[in-house]
Design a protein around this ligand. Structure first.
Ligand code: ZN
Length: 686
């Protein structure tokens, strides 16, 4: 590992800015720390609220992430208060948290890291603590002592695993005091502690320590295959993706009957190699490589035992049996290790390894399922590297449980904002690049859904998805080119949705075109095109959605954006009105066919939504104006005055109705038509 310290970069920075700089360098190296792991600190003299000089520890706050850390994420704790604890032999976690809260320089600031005392008890100016893959690869075996000595001689102090908290902090401080020549502390099955008289020294010492471990691993790896040849023949990428598409919705349904998950498929070479290897079945069941991984991945993944991966039904049966066994084993693990106050909320796996296929990871959102996936990639690295030095060992079941259910770790998870109405839901919107579709995509995303924006206009779909991501966060939307009239394009878009998110909960079938001409002058091509988009297009997307929803077994909501013309057609608008009537009838039949599966199908009838609309092309405006006998420039005003409330109908108004029908607020409504037209008497549903 190379130092990334840039001599010019941090020149002239304040002490705390320098700590932020170094912390981000460490955080940007995923083999050092992943997702919130590791922490850093400095000790300096600051002025307190009464302008007195006080010695302060600035340490990473609980729940922040080193790669994006900011100054505000380093709460200050009075060092006098920390040093006063050196008289003690032990301290309960909760007492430690309350105690440190009293020592904060800024009242109400971020809660300091669970590992604060580890930093505060050491005398050095700067401290860097990582959970480096290379180090746990050396310590997580049956012979950590011999391995560490062969790599580091007497340069490092080795401490056996103990959960983060007061006692490990005390042990580190005592060990460092007793070994003044040591360059670092290695915590077995946990990570590293380095120090320095400057932030740079502590950073460079970390890089040097890790580099020596990496060199030792590389020397062992030379010419050797880490995992054995595949037990289950690897499938070609297209084959395994097709199987993953078939498997994912069923798996998502099975993982989330009470709380839905977002499920991410991963078939990167390292994952497929490990999942298909002869070692996976045993090695994956030993335990996590560091305690903090447990929070995201649970102690163990579900490893599906299959001999062949090419038969979907046999594969599903094997997955189903493995999940059942996982729940049983997990419940037993909970019962065996539970302590007072611990509650079993979710006995299902977060990582599912399928030989020949790869890995599925589950989380509350795409970001979390991605974190779980990232962490398991590191676990695979460590499993492979550690096996070069001995038999892989992990923290035991009790230690893993104590971390998984540790109130202080669970606290970090509570920092996330409460879940929104459509959290954990996946929605696909057609015609999402503009107008009503775009407003719907934004509205559903704002309500918490993951949104797949599809449109024939690929750039527009991507742009709309990017806007959503900017507003609500990474992973929450993607844009896909999809022509609703193309069976293969529709199938491909649904497959991409399933591979990215694991399934579907909501379809908003909205894409449409308008064509205006009296019947006697209408070209057959125009009629057929209107039917292709406004009728067959809805059939193609609804059929694909139904297949996914039924396989998933979690119910679902289909919302069809139709038109006021279904109830009250306009003259010179036959191709549009007739095709949209077919759409509405399709929606009603789907209410009948979907009901046994908990799938609701409803219709929104908007009228005259002009803003950002591709439906109202200049030609259509002109022709509709002619049909109404008015000037094209007056058309928006004409339609406004035509409705009872005399209001303009905006895309957001329609999106609000779609949100209602897509959400559980309308859980007892199906086969219904909701108008968003300002009130048009002839178009009242009846
Ligand atoms: Zn740690």
């Amino acid at each position: 590992m190379l130092s990334r310290w840039d001599d010019a970069g941090p020149a002239g920075l304040s002490e705390l800015d320098l700590l932020v700089y170094a912390s981000r360098l460490i955080g940007s190296e995923p083999s050092l720390v992943v997702w919130g792991g590791g922490n850093t600190s400095i000790k300096s003299v600051e002025r307190d609220y009464r302008d007195r000089a006080v010695r302060v520890l600035r340490v990473k706050g609980s729940g922040s992430d080193l790669k994006s850390i900011q100054k505000k994420d380093f709460p200050g704790v009075r060092l006098d208060d920390i040093h006063a604890l050196l008289d003690r032999q032990d301290m309960a976690d909760q007492e430690m948290v309350s105690y440190l809260a009293h020592g904060l320089i800024e009242p109400g600031g971020a809660r300091p890291s669970i590992e604060t005392l580890l930093h505060g008890f050491l005398p050095h100016y700067a401290i860097v603590h990582t959970h480096a893959d290379a180090i746990v690869s050396l310590t997580n075996t049956d012979r950590p002592r011999a391995t560490l000595e062969s790599v580091y001689g007497r340069d490092v102090i080795r401490l056996t695993y103990r959960r983060p908290g007061f006692r490990i902090s005390r042990e580190v401080a005592d060990a460092v005091a007793a070994n003044p020549g040591a360059k670092a502390v290695v915590l077995e099955k946990h990570g590293t502690i380095n120090w320095g008289a400057t932030v740079r020294e502590a950073y460079e010492a970390t890089i040097e320590l890790i580099s020596r471990a990496e060199d030792a691993i590389a020397a062992r790896k030379r010419g050797r295959r880490v995992f054995g040849p595949p037990r289950v023949g690897p499938l070609a990428p297209a084959e395994r993706r097709a199987l993953a598409v078939a498997l994912a919705p069923r798996l998502r349904g099975r993982l989330g009957p009470s709380r839905r998950v977002i499920l991410t498929y991963d078939d990167s070479p390292a994952v497929v190699e490990f999942a298909s290897s002869p070692e996976a079945a045993t090695l994956s069941q030993v335990g996590p490589s560091t305690p903090d991984h447990t929070i995201y991945t649970k102690r163990l993944p579900c490893c599906v035992p299959v001999e062949r991966a090419d038969d979907p039904e046999a594969l599903w049966a094997a997955v189903d049996r493995s999940l059942e066994a996982f729940v049983k084993d997990y419940t037993a693990y909970f019962e065996a290790n539970r302590f007072e106050g611990a509650e079993l909320v979710d006995p299902l796996p977060r990582v599912v390894l399928v030989p020949g296929l790869g890995m599925f990871t589950a989380g509350r959102d795409r970001r979390t399922s991605g974190i779980v996936s990232d962490i398991y990639h590191h676990t695979i690295d460590v499993l492979g590297s550690a096996s070069l030095f001995g038999q892989y060992m992990s923290l035991g079941a009790k230690d893993a449980f104590d971390v998984e259910y540790w109130p202080l770790e669970l606290y970090k998870l509570t920092l996330a904002p409460p879940e929104k109405e459509l959290a954990r839901r996946i929605a696909l919107v057609t015609g999402g690049a503009s107008g009503i579709g775009k407003a719907v995509a934004h509205t559903l995303a704002a309500a918490g859904a993951h949104v797949v924006v599809t449109d024939v206009d690929e750039a527009g779909a991507t742009r709309a998805a990017d806007e959503i991501v900017t507003r609500v966060g990474g992973g929450r939307a993607m844009g896909i080119a999809m022509d609703v009239t193309s069976e293969s394009a529709v199938r491909a878009a649904f497959e991409a949705t399933v591979l990215a998110y694991g399934g579907l909960d909501i379809l908003v079938s909205n894409a449409g075109v308008a064509h205006s001409a009296p019947v006697v002058r209408m070209q057959l091509g125009d009629w057929l095109h209107s039917f292709a988009v406004n009728a067959t297009g809805h059939f193609l997307v609804a059929r694909e959605a139904m297949r996914t929803l039924v396989a998933q077994g979690l119910g679902g909501a289909l919302v069809f954006v139709a038109t006021k013309n279904v109830m009250s057609p306009g003259k010179d608008f036959a191709a549009y009105s007739a095709a949209k009537a077919a759409e509405a009838q399709l929606a009603k039949v789907l209410a009948l066919e979907g009901a046994p599966h908990g799938i609701r199908s409803n219709i929104v009838n908007p009228d005259a939504v002009f803003r950002d609309s591709k439906l109202w092309s200049p030609d259509v405006r002109r022709e509709r104006a002619a049909a109404q006998g008015i000037d094209p420039d007056d058309i928006e005003e004409f339609y406004r005055k035509r409705n009872l409330l005399a209001v303009r109908i905006l895309p957001e108004d329609v999106a609000e109705a779609v949100l209602f029908l897509a959400s559980d607020r309308s859980s007892k409504t199906t086969g219904c038509t909701l108008t968003v037209d300002g009130g048009v008497k002839d178009a009242f549903p009846r």
